[in-house]
Design a protein around this ligand. Structure first.
Ligand code: NAD
Ligand code: TDX
Length: 396
């Protein structure tokens, strides 16, 4: 039986990963380590923590003694590190906690895992590790920096339409805003304190792979959306504000582009990389599903109006009149400092080497997500109490 240490498991993607794993594997043990910051919520994993296959431990990934005790007690085979400060706007306000958690936390996990997994020393002087152990760092496309119309660097792949189609094989619709994409070889060029902290963490992971030959993988995924997404991020924030009849703040002119992937497609990819990924390799994860922020917000407005018009029970949730849910709610506000223009992932490597493909069409995924938020208003109310409210009072 494999024992997984899943850090940040009470957050958005970590919780979706745990749900996926419990559904798809019978004989596993999952130890969740989460500090329960403003972004972590036990309500998100309330059923999972009752499962006999799961142990929940509240704590910090930077705490060496705690992580050491977890390794002694549970004999961990896999570490999947989701724990992070994850919101770009917060990193602009307060960078230090990003460096502490994202960089030093990662280094602490690597150090403890290394000390428990080494079983000897080879003739070449490098450590020998227990068989079938692995550390997986969950990273982001933001480490590659920003793509824009005048952006021209040699290592980004240029793909034509047929090549794009060969990769997604008609499973989902394609939407791109340029021919240039990040590959695993694109040089790191982070531009926000958040992405700089994630890039630093990636470099530390690769340093442990090179220096100590530690068995690691890094995954770099594009923007996720789906259930349990904290309502400070674009999609859940807009859903929440529309239901409340509030103005919808779009940064700058709303033309920045993100590549969106349904969270369930992401967690499946992580499972595949952990099982099949070659040691020491980095895998980009994304779905060729780019969209401008303004179009996303319009799509959410249209979808909510349609669903609520057709299913009258949902009208009780609204704090506004149905007729007021329209594009007039959109308000252009001051741009994010250093706002990256476009992210676009090329997932050829994970598709061709490991057989992973995006499966969820964007419109269907957005509708599913909206319905989830409509059906889970108690979760939204619970998670937005506390620190989150104070932060938003300061900003808006
Ligand atoms: P999230 O903010 O929803 O969750 C982060 C979780 O980590 C929370 O449960 C929080 O309590 C926990 N945490 C924070 N600091 C901790 C610490 N010091 N010790 C222990 N636990 C701590 O984030 P998310 O959106 O689920 O992102 C998970 C990971 O995926 C992050 O590493 C992020 O960089 C990466 N990522 C996110 C996206 C995205 O679109 N959300 C895309 C690509 C990569
Ligand atoms: O109110 C808003 N208005 C707005 O125009 C918010 C919150 C965002 N935006 C814009 C900024 C971005 O161009 O929408 C886009 C998406 O913003 P976020 O949801 O904050 O995501 P992003 O900054 O792209 O980062 C996300 O994807 C990559 C995650 O938060 C990261 O953790 C992940 O690594």
């Amino acid at each position: 039986m494999k024992v997984y240490l899943v850090t940040g498991g009470a957050g958005f993607i970590g919780s979706n990963y745990i749900k996926y794993m419990l559904k798809n594997y019978k004989d596993i043990k999952i130890i969740i380590l989460d500090k329960l910051t403003y972004a972590g919520n036990l309500g998100t994993i309330k059923d999972e923590i009752k499962d006999p296959r799961v142990e929940f431990i509240k704590g910090d990934i930077k705490n060496k003694d705690l992580v050491n005790n977890i390794f002694y007690r549970y004999n961990i085979d896999y570490v999947v590190n989701f724990a992070a400060e994850s919101h770009v706007d917060r990193s602009i306000e307060n960078p230090q906690v990003f460096l502490k958690t994202n960089v030093l936390g990662t280094q602490n996990l690597l150090d403890v895992a290394k000390s428990h997994w080494i079983i000897g020393e080879g003739r070449d002087g490098y450590p020998i590790y227990k068989e079938k152990v692995k550390y997986l760092q969950v990273s982001t496309d933001e480490v590659y920096g920003s793509l824009s119309k005048d952006y021209d660097r040699a290592k980004e792949l240029v793909l034509d339409d047929q090549e794009l189609k060969n990769i997604v094989k008609d499973r989902v619709e394609l939407k791109t805003y340029g021919k240039r994409f990040f590959t695993e070889d694109t040089p790191l060029d982070p531009r926000s304190p958040y992405s700089a902290s994630k890039a630093s963490a990636d470099m530390i992971v690769m340093a442990y792979a090179e220096t100590y030959k530690m068995p690691v993988n890094i995954t770099r995924c594009s923007n996720n959306y789906g259930p349990f997404h904290f309502p400070e991020k674009l999609i859940p924030l807009m859903i929440k504000k529309i239901l409340g009849g509030d103005k919808l703040p779009l940064y700058g002119d709303g033309t920045n582009v993100r590549d969106w992937l349904y969270v369930k497609d992401h967690v499946k990819a992580i499972d595949i990389v952990l099982n099949k990924g070659s040691i020491g390799e980095i895998y980009n994860i994304g779905g060729f599903n780019e969209e401008m922020n303004i179009n996303i917000v319009k799509l959410i407005i249209d979808s909510i109006s349609k669903i609520v018009k057709e299913e009258v029970d949902y009208q009780e949730i609204l704090n506004t009149n149905l007729e007021k849910i329209n594009y007039d709610l959109i308000t252009f506000v001051k741009d994010r400092l250093g706002h990256d223009h476009r992210y676009a992932i090329n997932p050829t490597k994970i598709a061709t080497e490991l057989g992973w493909y995006p499966e969820t069409n964007f419109k269907a995924g957005i509708e599913r997500t909206i319905r989830w938020y409509l059906d889970n208003q108690d979760w939204v109310k619970e998670i937005i109490s506390g620190d989150y409210c104070e932060y938003y009072q300061e900003i808006y």
